[in-house]
Design a binder for this molecule. Structure first.
Ligand SMILES: [Zn+2]
Length: 62
């Protein structure tokens, strides 16, 4: 019996980037980052909206 040398994860890890809803252009996009959290929920923005609106992801702030 051969043992697998590497394990494949069945699900995508909940990383800071991924596919999600961009709250700025109101659509789904890849590479969204968490920009803001308030009482209305999590606000994610895609890379193009981050450039257009000069948004800094929460994780990139000091
Ligand atoms: Zn966007």
């Amino acid at each position: 019996m051969a043992e697998p040398t590497q394990q494949s994860s069945p699900a995508d890890p909940p990383g800071p980037t991924g596919y999600g809803w961009c709250a700025w252009h109101q659509g789904h996009a890849w590479g969204v980052r968490l920009i803001r959290i308030d009482e209305r929920g999590h606000h994610l923005a895609c890379s193009s909206c981050r450039q257009a609106y000069d948004l800094v992801p929460l994780a990139d702030r000091p």
